[in-house]
Ligand binder design. Structure first.
Ligand code: ZN
Length: 401
């Protein structure tokens, strides 16, 4: 049996006035997605339990078949896995954004898109002055960096009750009540204050100020967690899998469940991604793999920008360049199944992720069709086939459907 999964990140949405009361998925011209729905089944799934953040980290873990309520241990450890960083059972990973805070307000959660080279320089200073003995500042890309706390070398005061607000939720807001809080937060707040002192007169910031750019005033520590222990996918479900994605969270999740990662030139994680290249690589990968998953971030990005036309366009590109070729390739084989499902809705109205159900379509060589012939949010809302614990849909997709 060959399997394909397509994840149009954040594609689910509400009906839009400017689309004549249709949702972006429904307004988009999607003959391939509709063919999947017509030949197979339409369901709905909720991948973001109300107890957890409605983010891609939770939604995709559920979509891949793992209950986030028992498996989700924070965002930073998944990103550490994407970078190939091994975490021991005592270790904690923490997101370490470079940010611009002015007058106790989050001016810019990207520190004015600080370059990777500048970030490396700032983190090297932090490491030299504050790191060591189990504390590691790990540069990533631009403002997105990590802090590792190796518990074997330095007693870790944290528990899973520690909370910190993601900096991108604080843009132009006061930060006074959003510093890390809960068990162990004193240590993180101490580090944040110490970096502010180190960065104040740092050559990187002096250079940035001289050319009119915002300085990186602080590190913002959030997303803390220990490595999740996810059963390898092949062991839990059977098929050996591979993923195509341009997003570190998905790369990390794939690594944690033992999937191969296929890097596609031109895949950007944005609306300018090379959709056709992703489709080509996916079809190619199917020859070797039992299961190929293609994740496309573009609909989510368009939603964050509140750009309805771009969201519709992204969904159409996915349909034409990813779903259509995969469906054609699978239909040329004997035994196959294909599933389309976003990880969470991202509303154009609020420009952010939200909890709630997403539409799922499944077709396959042995799947009996239901009455639905279109793929869409309102169709999915009408079906009796609902996975309130969305992670259970994977077992259904692989064997029970
Ligand atoms: Zn997402």
């Amino acid at each position: 049996m060959k399997y394909a999964i397509i994840i149009p990140d954040g594609a689910a949405d509400e009906p839009q006035e400017e689309l004549g009361g249709k949702t972006p998925i429904e307004a988009a011209h999607t003959p391939a997605m509709d063919a999947v729905a017509a030949r197979g089944r339409v369901a709905r799934a909720c991948h973001t339990p109300p107890e957890l953040p409605a983010g891609s980290e939770v939604g995709n873990m559920s979509l891949l078949g793992y209950d986030p309520l028992t498996n989700f241990t924070g965002r930073a450890p998944i990103e550490a896995a994407a970078q190939g960083i091994e975490l021991g059972s005592e270790d904690w990973a923490i997101r370490c954004n470079l940010v611009t805070i002015q007058d106790q307000t989050m001016r810019d959660f990207t520190a004015d898109h600080i370059s990777t080279e500048e970030a490396q320089e700032l983190l090297a200073t932090a490491q030299a002055e504050l790191g060591g003995d189990g504390l590691e500042f790990v540069p990533g890309v631009s403002y997105r960096n990590l802090l590792l706390w190796r518990g074997a070398q330095r007693a870790a005061p944290f528990t899973m009750d520690m909370r910190a607000t993601p900096p991108h939720d604080l843009t132009d807001k006061s930060i006074l009540h959003d510093f890390p809080r809960g068990p162990g937060s004193d240590e993180l707040n101490r580090l944040m204050a110490a970096t502010a002192e180190l960065f104040a007169e740092h050559p990187v910031n002096l250079r940035r100020l001289a050319v009119g750019k915002l300085p990186a005033t602080h590190v913002w520590l959030w997303g803390i967690g220990r490595a999740p222990k996810l059963q390898p996918f092949a062991e839990a479900f059977g098929p050996r899998g591979a993923i195509i994605t341009a997003v570190d969270l998905l790369r990390g999740l794939a690594s944690l469940i033992g999937w191969q990662r296929i890097e596609v030139p031109g895949a950007t994680g944005y609306t300018d991604t090379d959709y056709a290249a992703k489709g080509r690589y996916a079809v190619q990968a199917l020859q070797e793999q039992d299961l190929v998953c293609v994740h496309v971030e573009a609909p989510d990005e368009a939603s964050h920008e509140g750009d309805c036309a771009a969201k519709v366009r992204a969904i159409e590109e996915i349909d034409r360049h990813v779903v259509a070729p995969l469906l054609a390739a699978l239909e040329a084989t004997e035994d196959w199944r294909l599933m389309i499902c976003p990880d969470h809705p991202t509303f154009l109205r609020t420009k952010t992720h939200t909890h709630g159900a997403v539409p799922l379509a499944l077709a396959g060589s042995d799947i009996q069709p239901d009455a639905f012939d279109r793929y869409g949010d309102t169709h999915a809302a009408q079906t009796d086939l609902a996975f309130d614990a969305g992670w259970q849909a994977m077992r259904w997709f692989i064997q029970d459907a």
